[in-house]
Write a protein that binds this ligand. Structure first.
Ligand SMILES: Cc1cc2nc3c(=O)[nH]c(=O)nc-3n(C[C@H](O)[C@H](O)[C@H](O)COP(=O)(O)OP(=O)(O)OC[C@H]3O[C@@H](n4cnc5c(N)ncnc54)[C@H](O)[C@@H]3O)c2cc1C
Length: 452
């Protein structure tokens, strides 16, 4: 009998295994594919490598603007892929070493929950005082839309060995706009179709609008508030019809309409675990309704992000070890979209804050007043939302590299800082981070480089 048997070795599962082993618990970690899961092999890391290659392409293309003779002569996908795979390979090796160095029983194979405290893999039973479900997610499609050939999800798009001429992207959320950004920088004609009224609809509306302006300027086309009707592929491309009657045609269709939880056929429901639309329901201590069974990561309703999975994995390990950890505030989890421009946010949007707190104030610091952003030729803003005369409850940013500012933003939100608290901290000049200080200076009533 082990202390913990974990099903799934992605961000949530392996973080739980590492923390539990640190705490002296006996751990079994079961993985059917590659340790590291979606994030490392088909998610965060490969997409960010492509986005970096895209940034290099833009830099080469824009060199003349900075007085540097450079030309963009095209993309060699074989080399881009070997760079991307090299990054993944090094991290994968490191992670395997980390797990090996700990006292973790690593089992390869597909596991099924065959009793509330037993997972079976290849006929072998692993019994645990506690079970942690961490089977992650898969790319969803729409009814009648079969993923094959020219119609693909992020899984196939990440292994492509050529640059298409044109792409239609179904879904203007994080994954959709990141691929749009990469392909546009690679010279592809990109059109996004989003059913909701704006791109990145989960963000503060000021950010969504700014993103649309930035994409329009980049020549990325998009139709919002319009629903997909159907798609048909032939030898040379895909025709996509929209409910508006419009027809679009491109070399490829990327389906980026969200991710479903991978919980079907694994015995969870059969063992009485409460499931809603495929997702495993938990309380705020990540316990399911079945005593001794926990769930972490993308299978738990909420933000599907790797760092949420890490934190939930650590939480469950500590909970099982009896450390009584503090619950995780979902609103305090940073959200970054790594497109160009980048988007980073934490806390509540202005609309959410109004609904929750009634009287609120907001302030937008334009990056036009930020020296480093001028140097980079980047535009955007930092928008702060606070309770009237109270702490900052939302930070929303758009602009090149603003993802790197989320660290301070999350401290501000999670420590319930007032604008005055941040205004007295010194921010280095000239950094983009300085804009965070300037925004708080302004909100505290003493703007420095702020024009409005
Ligand atoms: C294109 C893309 C880009 C992304 N970019 C980011 C990003 O920049 N930042 C970010 O924070 N998040 C990003 N994400 C999301 C992130 O990848 C996920 O939130 C994260 O991987 C979830 O971790 P998890 O452990 O819940 O699931 P997963 O990583 O999916 O891991 C689950 C693991 O369980 C294994 N498994 C499943 N069933 C069984 C079974 N029956 N037996 C044994 N093993 C099993 C699977 O093989 C898998 O390895 C991205 C996702 C995608 C698709």
């Amino acid at each position: 009998m082990h202390d913990i048997v974990i099903l799934g070795g992605g961000s949530g599962g392996y973080a739980c295994a590492l923390r539990a082993s640190q705490l002296g618990l006996s751990v079994v970690l079961i993985e059917q594919d590659k340790l590291g899961g979606t994030c490392l092999h088909r998610g965060c890391i490969p997409t960010k490598a492509l986005l970096h290659a895209a940034e290099v392409a833009d830099t080469a293309r824009d060199g003349e603007h900075f007085g540097v003779h450079s030309t963009f002569n095209g993309i060699d996908m074989t080399k881009v892929n070997s760079y991307k795979d090299g990054v993944i390979g090094r991290l994968y090796k490191g992670l395997q070493g980390l797990v090996k160095s700990r006292d973790i029983t690593y089992v390869e194979g597909t596991g099924h929950l065959v009793a509330p405290n037993v997972i079976e893999v290849n006929g072998q039973r692993y019994e645990g005082k506690n079970i942690v479900l961490a089977t992650g997610s898969y790319a969803r499609s729409l009814p009648g839309l079969e993923i094959s050939g020219r119609i693909m999800t992020s899984d196939q798009a990440l292994t492509m060995d050529y640059v298409p001429q044109s792409v239609i992207i179904l879904g203007g959320g994080v994954i959709g706009v990141e691929f749009a950004s990469v392909w546009s920088s690679f010279g592809v004609d990109v059109t996004i179709v989003e059913g909701l009224p704006t791109l990145v609809p989960a963000e503060d509306s000021a950010v969504s609008k700014a993103m649309e302006r930035a994409y329009r300027k980049r020549g990325i086309k998009f139709s919002t508030g319009v629903r997909f009707q159907g798609a048909q592929q032939d030898d040379s491309g895909v025709n996509v019809t929209l409910e508006s009657g419009e027809t679009l045609r491109a070399d490829l269709l990327l389906v980026a309409v969200g991710r479903g939880a991978r919980t079907d056929g694994l015995g969870f429901a059969e063992q009485g675990v409460a499931i809603d639309r495929g997702f495993v329901l938990t309380n705020d201590r990540l316990a399911t309704n079945v005593p001794g069974i926990f769930a972490v990561g993308d299978i738990v309703p909420g933000l599907q992000l790797a760092h949420r999975g890490f934190q939930q994995g650590i939480f469950v390990a500590e909970e099982i070890a009896g450390l009584n950890p503090l619950t995780i505030d979902e609103t305090g989890i940073p959200r970054v979209t790594y497109s160009e421009p980048e988007i980073a946010s934490i806390g509540y949007t202005e609309i959410q804050a109004k609904e929750l707190f009634g009287e609120i104030e907001s302030y937008e610091y334009n990056l036009g007043g930020n020296g480093k952003s001028q140097i980079l030729g980047s535009t955007g803003f930092i928008k702060l939302v606070r309770k009237k005369d109270g702490p900052v409850v939302g930070v929303h940013m758009i602009g090149s590299r603003v993802g790197e500012l989320i660290g301070e933003a999350q401290l501000i939100y999670n420590w319930e800082a007032d604008a005055q608290d941040v205004a007295r901290l010194v921010h280095a000049h000239p950094t983009i981070n300085e804009a965070m200080g300037e925004a708080h200076l302004a909100l505290a009533g003493k703007p420095l480089h702020a024009h409005a």
